[in-house]
Write a protein that binds this ligand. Sequence first.
Ligand code: GLC
Length: 495
Amino acid sequence: MNKANAIYLRMPPLIYGKIPFMPKTIQALFLAAEADPFIKVGGLGDVAGTLPRELRALSNDDLKIDVRLVLPYHSALKAEDLRPLEPFTVRCGGADVVVEAFETSLQGMPVYLIGGEPIRASGSVYSLDAKADSEKYAFFSLAAIELPKHIHWRPQIIHANDWHTALSLYVNLTRRWESGEQTAGILTLHNMPFMGADSREILERCGLPIAQTDLPEWARTLPLPLGIWSADKVVAVSPGYAAEILTEEFGCGLNEFMTQHQESLSGILNGIDTVSFDPAVDKALSVNYDAERLDLRVENKELLQEKLGLARDPNIPLFGVVSRMDPQKGVDLAFTALKNMKRIDFQAVILGSGDPKLEESARELQALFPEKIKVILRYDANLARQIYAGADMLLMPSRYEPCGLSQMIAMRYGCVPIVRAVGGLKDTVIPEETGFVFEKAHFMSLVSAIKSALKILPDRERWQTLQRNGMTKDFSWQTSAQEYLDLYQSLTATE
Ligand code: GLC
């Protein structure tokens, strides 16, 4: 090809007399109660901190994806370079309440923080006062829906997450009835049993109509069911969980309703931040390694044993539990299983905080086996990484698990997960290929899965194959973000 026709080929369409091609834009407002690195309490924070950016990263010459994040300005939230927006008001609690909004950014993504008295009045992200939380998040949801007008930007999609922001979809729907505006609504379900408190009064005081819905009567004024009812699409955080919530066991009383509306329900597996969670470069580790240099991993195990005050011995099996202390996570099953493994030589480290009763049982367990079991009752991101890099196995016997992130991080670090066959755990761990899976939520089932794993552990080659299988699985956000994008596109298609 000579230079002349090379230039000709690169000419924009304008030379044919057409208007230059303008990329299509998808604009979506992503609402969450928490998002890493601003504020994080649990898995929702990981997802909301990553997914919106991953969606934006899918932009190309033909399609611009402009997803923006909006969060409550919790008192514990950390943010820099805040730019205040002009204050505005929303009708809430029978009065006009002032919204103090700020704009900042996260790696190029605009992020809005919604402040105001109802948010300031509550000291924490989630409290034990369900009613107060519902008031706070109703205010947040209303303010977030009004925000776009004040920044002269119009989303085609409102993407809400869990009960906290679900009412935004209901508000959006009422706006659709009033103005005919066609903003679509998506709700991602991270944890179905948490539905928020009865909000009839709140809705009335905010001047919102109470809709005639086909929801079961008890659910008609709860934020999560209302959000599900209002959403154009509902996404569970794994295909397994999407199927489970249609059943009585996991559907929290909405299974029949969900079954009737199945056509708008899908499951999209969460990813993990594979750049941050990478044993080859993770700064929290003393020794970095990867699937090709797996022999180096043992140094992390020995350092961890030393740090915890356990006997430094590469041959003693070391179990890790990295979890919120919550009945959902089945940590009590793990404690009972460990208590009942008296004749087995092992060590265990338990990290996490939460339910005081479970914290107490963890302390008791350590008191029973001080030489074998170490309990650290706090959230510690660095120690968690050292456990993923040092422990041989991760125990995750969840009673239900919409997705679960720890098992994916563990696999990426060569820590073999032993999980219950529920929700996202079942979708991500392949029995005897990347981990061990058991069915019943009973400690004996966990013990037998542990025993199967312990039979293989001494066979270095077989064990390393299990580790490598997990380490080389693709748990990145790319595939999931693409599935969300397909959903966005299906909702914004104009032709
Ligand atoms: C909730 C779920 C967990 C999921 C996370 C992120 O914390 O319990 O399974 O991984 O949300 O979606």
